[in-house]
Ligand binder design. Structure first.
Ligand code: ADP
Length: 221
């Protein structure tokens, strides 16, 4: 479960990027965060993995206040999360296998386990045949699928995605959202930041809408 209580965030002396945001996302939910550019979507999602530390308020993940965890222990929380970014963030000089395996290597997974899990994750995104390619040899849609494989290879409880289809055309975006739905169907909580209302309408789910840092809930139209 994800719980935010009265979260405020201000960068330096700018106006509030988040303004008294409180929310609860139960386990297994499929949830969108939407709103215009600059409304605080990215800031909100970054608070969930403590990339951003709120100016005020509490962030509770799985019953633990992540703002009270010392820096050297924050990886224990992050290991239960997969994160997908708009710009994929793949290592260009590493093959697809290694790009996915890296998420397990940092956790010290044994080599045998590692190969099996990487293969399963790549099969889930239908990219087994590209396992020895480099990211630059793949299309944008394929690159994002590799990034999703990397995010889920460790079976995270929570998958966070920050504008994951921002660089993709509508057909590929649809494909990526279908994958998120499949991941959610296996029990993973999925939180997606997007300004793409068409996709939200098509896929449904809970919609949290931000305007100038303030949150309100609305139904998918
Ligand atoms: P969105 O994801 O909806 O586009 P952001 O969370 O990126 O919104 O930004 C919300 C507000 O916070 C904007 O006014 C933005 O300029 C500001 N902001 C975001 N990141 C930073 C930063 N690192 N330093 C200063 N201001 C920032």
């Amino acid at each position: 479960m994800i719980e935010l209580y009265h979260v405020w965030k201000r960068y330096q002396k700018a106006s509030w990027a988040l303004s008294d945001v409180s929310l609860t996302i139960p386990n297994g939910e499929f949830c969108f965060i939407t709103g215009p550019s600059g409304s605080g979507k990215s800031t909100l999602i970054k608070t969930l993995y403590r990339e951003v530390v709120p100016t005020e308020g509490q962030v509770i993940i799985g019953g633990r206040n992540i703002l009270r965890i010392p820096n050297h222990k924050i990886h224990r929380i992050r290991r239960h999360m997969g994160i997908v970014f708009q710009d994929f963030r793949l290592l260009p000089h590493k093959r697809v296998f290694e790009n996915v395996a890296i998420a397990l290597r940092v956790l010290g997974a044994p080599p045998k386990d590692l190969k099996r899990k990487v293969f399963i994750a790549l099969r889930m995104v239908s990219l087994q045949s590209k396992i020895w390619d480099f990211p630059t040899e793949l299309s944008y849609g394929e690159q994002q699928r590799v990034a999703i494989a990397r995010a889920v290879v460790n079976n995270p409880r929570i998958l966070l995605a920050d504008e994951p289809t921002g660089n993709l055309d509508p057909a590929l975006a649809h494909e990526i959202f279908t994958l998120f739905k499949e991941i959610n169907a296996q029990g993973t909580t999925v939180v997606i930041c997007t300004h793409d209302r068409e996709l939200i309408r098509r896929f449904g789910g809970r919609v949290l809408s931000l305007h100038e840092g303030k949150l309100r809930e609305r139904d998918a139209e």
